[in-house]
Design a binder for this molecule. Structure first.
Ligand SMILES: CC(C)(COP(=O)(O)OP(=O)(O)OC[C@H]1O[C@@H](n2cnc3c(N)ncnc32)[C@H](O)[C@@H]1OP(=O)(O)O)[C@@H](O)C(=O)NCCC(=O)NCCS
Length: 184
């Protein structure tokens, strides 16, 4: 059974491990091998320790857990952009848990969080152009590809990226909720 809850400071290590593993597994070819095979565990460890110990206003981190094991997470910055609304900074589902509706449930939880907190505007994120599986996932849950830009990656590379957006938390929930309802 998958349980969703807001993250606590004690989740930092597991979040860092899943985040680094997911980058290594799914960003290969989009970022340099040297960077992916470097000490990104430590870099992500510092990121998550800091993010959970000193959260910026409007931050939400929602985790999906299966029998105490971290199966996925989503990181949100509410009201981040005057035009586009609340920004989903990261979404990752562990490889062994993918395809079971967890990504859709996490995105539905983002919509629910935004509704509960009365955020302004829509919900949006950046997805790398070569990340075809993630783009298909976001399109399946109703996102619209609204803009192309370039990501200045931390390894020094430049990767094309798209802004995907929903006009409101309700629109996000309409798309994600439908996919999340399927028990797998
Ligand atoms: C993208 C990601 C978050 C999707 O999570 P997931 O839990 O595997 O997806 P779900 O099982 O919730 O899928 C929900 C719907 O999207 C569809 N979908 C998911 N991945 C898909 C793909 N690669 N191609 C087409 N459809 C896809 C599912 O079929 C499902 O639709 P259905 O109900 O009609 O069957 C996950 O694969 C992941 O963590 N990828 C690696 C990290 C990453 O790229 N993150 C995004 C960075 S922007």
């Amino acid at each position: 059974m998958i349980v969703l809850r807001e993250a606590a400071a004690a989740d930092a290590t597991a979040l860092a491990r899943l985040h680094a593993r997911s980058w290594r597994g799914f960003y290969r070819g989009m970022m340099s091998d040297a960077w992916l095979d470097g000490d990104i565990d430590a870099e992500r460890g510092a990121f998550w320790s800091n993010a959970l110990a000193s959260p910026v206003p409007g931050q939400a981190v929602i985790v999906a857990e299966a029998q105490g094991e971290l199966a996925g997470f989503v990181h949100l910055h509410a009201n981040h952009d005057a035009a586009w609304g609340s920004y989903v900074h990261a979404l990752h589902v562990a490889a062994t848990f993918q395809g079971r509706g967890i990504g859709a449930r996490l995105m539905d939880a983002v919509g629910e969080w935004c509704e509960r907190h009365g955020t302004r505007g829509g919900v949006w994120l950046w997805v790398l152009e070569p990340n075809a599986p993630a783009r298909a996932f976001y399109e399946r849950i109703g996102a619209r590809n609204v803009e192309r830009d370039v990501w200045e990656a931390p390894d020094g590379g430049r990767v094309p990226k798209f802004r995907y957006a929903w006009p409101s938390p309700q629109a996000l929930r309409a798309g994600a909720g439908q996919a999340a309802r399927t028990e797998r």
